[in-house]
Design a protein around this ligand. Structure first.
Ligand SMILES: N=C(N)NCCCC(=O)O
Ligand SMILES: [Zn+2]
Ligand SMILES: [Zn+2]
Length: 323
């Protein structure tokens, strides 16, 4: 097997020079096949409040120029042990949500057909539905770990079924989810009614609120999540608004009282050694960002996801966790 082709060497070409692929990795067409593809979905026609997440993929790529090849927290060089490439953007119709959902499903299925695992950069949270369809087609119903301020299991908005507040209800209805292993992490903020929580529970979701993370701490949360997920094929969906607006102001539906980026990254690291089959980072809306706070956070989250996928291959225990 040939060695994976890694990022542009920052000691030769300054990291602020040249095109912004994710982490300055090669494009997929330059390497032919990848173990992990980072793909953008510049789609935001499903939002209920501030638009702008269509510019998320390019902002996260720009912010990812500073990433380095070795992850000390997980003791892995994620670009050396597997071929990681930037698959560019899935071009989908900004005026027709139903068509866009189909396009994303087909494109994701095409990319993943030969075993490539996808880390998708959104885009608003609508895109999780077609990504879950593509994942479930390959792996069957998947465990879902959903980091978000919001439940995203509402039914419709203005009669629309496919929106950023409804992907997980649709996914549950379509049988894409393993109902024994569904968790929201980081939820908070006002709801429409208490019934939102009842509906959510009926779909099988467990909830670890943002306040729970603060009270129970990262290690206990990780233990609970690992127990619930076990060895199941796992899909991770990370809405950047799970972070407090102080850590991620650049997003469309911000809610006070969120996680710190440190908490989010540490919870992710605690999941090492599981059976991650795909992941997304969504809802980065750069027009509301300051000093790239949000896109830097999202680029680090994506880097950790790629690193978790590298450790998947090894199937070893997590070095960041005590034995
Ligand atoms: N998925 C995100 N970010 N937000 C959903 C909010 C839905 C609402 O406006 O009630
Ligand atoms: Zn959200
Ligand atoms: Zn969301």
């Amino acid at each position: 097997m040939t060695e994976p082709r890694g990022p542009v060497d920052s000691s030769r070409v300054p990291r602020f020079a040249g095109p912004a692929t994710f982490a300055r990795l090669p494009r997929l067409d330059e390497v032919g096949r990848a173990d992990v593809a980072v793909v953008g979905v510049p789609f935001d026609a499903g939002v209920s409040y501030r638009p702008g997440a269509r510019f998320g993929p390019s902002a996260v790529r720009e912010a990812s120029r500073l990433l380095r090849p070795y992850h000390p927290g997980l003791d892995v060089s994620p670009f050396a042990t597997q071929q990681v490439a930037d698959a560019g953007d899935i071009a989908c119709n900004p005026f027709d949500i139903n068509e866009a959902v189909e396009t994303i499903d087909e494109a994701a299925s095409g990319l993943a057909a030969d075993g490539t695992r996808l880390v998708t950069i959104g885009g608003d949270h609508t895109i999780a539905l077609p990504l879950l369809r593509a994942a479930a087609r390959l792996h069957g119903p998947v465990a879902l770990l959903h980091f978000d301020a919001h439940l995203d299991t509402w039914d419709t908005y203005f009669g629309a079924e496919y929106t950023h507040g409804t992907p997980f209800r649709r996914a549950a209805e379509e049988g894409l989810l393993d109902t024994e292993a569904l968790s929201h992490v980081g939820t908070r903020g006002p709801l429409y009614a208490k019934k939102d929580l009842d509906d959510d529970r009926r779909m099988g979701f467990g909830v670890i609120t943002s306040a729970d993370v603060m009270r129970r701490g990262v290690d206990e949360v990780v233990d609970a999540l690992r127990q619930r997920i076990g060895d199941r094929p796992l899909y991770l969906s990370i809405d950047i608004d799970v972070l407090d607006p102080a850590h991620a102001p650049g997003t469309g539906t911000p809610e006070a009282g969120g996680l710190t980026s440190r908490e989010l990254l540490e919870i992710l690291r605690g999941l090492a050694g599981g059976n991650l089959v795909g992941a997304d980072v969504v809802e980065v809306a750069p027009a509301y960002d300051h000093a790239e706070l949000t896109s830097v956070a999202a680029s680090h989250v994506a880097y950790d996801l790629v690193s978790l996928l590298a450790l998947n291959e090894r199937r070893g225990p997590s070095p960041s966790r005590p034995a």
